[in-house]
Design a protein around this ligand. Structure first.
Ligand SMILES: [Zn+2]
Length: 81
């Protein structure tokens, strides 16, 4: 049960943030795209899907790297006696 906090903190299904300026982007019904009110950048829904996927993939890769490092540390600590 102690994992629920971490999942809650990461799982934000709200609108994504602008990758350029960090402002929360809004949906523009007229153009059917997402517009950043901060810098005026326009995202298509397709763009957003790709961005989200990239983030997830990067997160997984980062997690793997951390794990590998932890395993290495463990091996190093156990071999050094
Ligand atoms: Zn922006």
């Amino acid at each position: 049960m102690f994992n629920s906090c971490a999942i809650k903190a990461r799982g934000d299904p709200g609108l994504p943030y602008c990758r350029e300026c960090g402002a929360k982007i809004i949906y523009d019904r007229n153009t059917r795209s997402y517009v950043c009110p901060g810098c005026g950048l326009i995202y298509t829904p397709q763009d957003l899907i790709i961005e989200t996927r990239k983030d997830v993939e990067m997160g997984v890769a980062e997690e793997k790297k951390k794990r590998k490092y932890a395993e290495y540390l463990e091996w190093w600590a156990s071999s050094k006696k």
